[in-house]
Design a protein. Structure first.
Length: 228
């Protein structure tokens, strides 16, 4: 797809805290037509659009994306955007910026024994469509061995917690999850838990040592039966 423009996204919650002059200036975005929004969202100067405005892209055919008159072929029509133009295992750029020319493994040190993974759901797009009824079912998946060690049973209501917060979920036992790992899909709404929290409350807020990426998968938790 063509390069997306980097634009801040305003939500209704942020607009309520925005000065009136700023609200007035962004009213045009709410009044724009679909065609205007499409043209504003994509980089019109991207050569891969071949001069076609996004709002005029055909709906009954695919627009081939070409590089220098040909389809994308690594090292032929496209090259890595590195100083050398090659795939760099040893990166002088990373060494200069972060002091690490190569990625390094650093184990997460935590008093909590379980790794919490929060993948995307096939019923939502992040939190979009979380208002629909089928998004009410939110589970914590756990390997039976970990459940047995904690006296937990399938379908039981459990508390999942660490130093950052706590969320209440229903437990689902499955061998699809490896021992030492628990899984709950991201994007659930606060109403899906009786304590008004989601797994987002358990995610660490620190950044990765390289490129300052998010470290959601560094989350470590413990699980126990929820007291009646």
């Amino acid at each position: 797809m063509p390069t997306w423009c980097s634009r801040p996204v305003r939500t209704l919650s942020t607009l309520t805290c925005t000065p009136p002059t700023a609200i007035t200036s962004c009213n045009a975005a709410f009044q724009a037509t679909d065609a205007e929004l499409m043209d504003d969202a994509l980089a019109l100067a991207d050569a891969r659009l071949q001069g076609v405005r996004p709002s005029q892209l055909p709906l009954d055919q695919v627009l081939p994306m070409q590089f220098h008159g040909s389809e994308a072929r690594l090292f032929q029509t496209t090259l890595p955007a590195t100083p050398s133009g090659k795939i760099e295992l040893y990166s002088a750029t990373l060494e200069q910026k972060y002091g690490q020319a190569l990625p390094q493994y650093r184990p997460v040190v935590s008093p909590y024994p379980l790794s919490l993974l929060t993948p995307a759901s096939d019923q939502r797009t992040t939190s979009t469509f979380g208002n629909l009824r089928y998004s009410n079912d939110v589970w914590l998946d756990m390997h039976p061995h970990d459940a047995a060690a904690r006296g937990l049973c399938d379908g039981m209501h459990v508390r999942v917690w660490n130093d950052l917060g706590e969320v209440h979920l229903r437990l689902r036992l499955t061998e699809d999850v490896r021992p030492g790992v628990v899984v709950s899909a991201k994007g659930a709404w606060l109403r899906t838990s009786d304590n008004g929290q989601t797994v987002s409350a358990l995610a660490p807020a620190h950044y990765a040592d390289l490129c300052e990426g998010a470290c959601f998968n560094d989350a470590r938790v413990e699980v126990a039966q929820l007291a009646p």
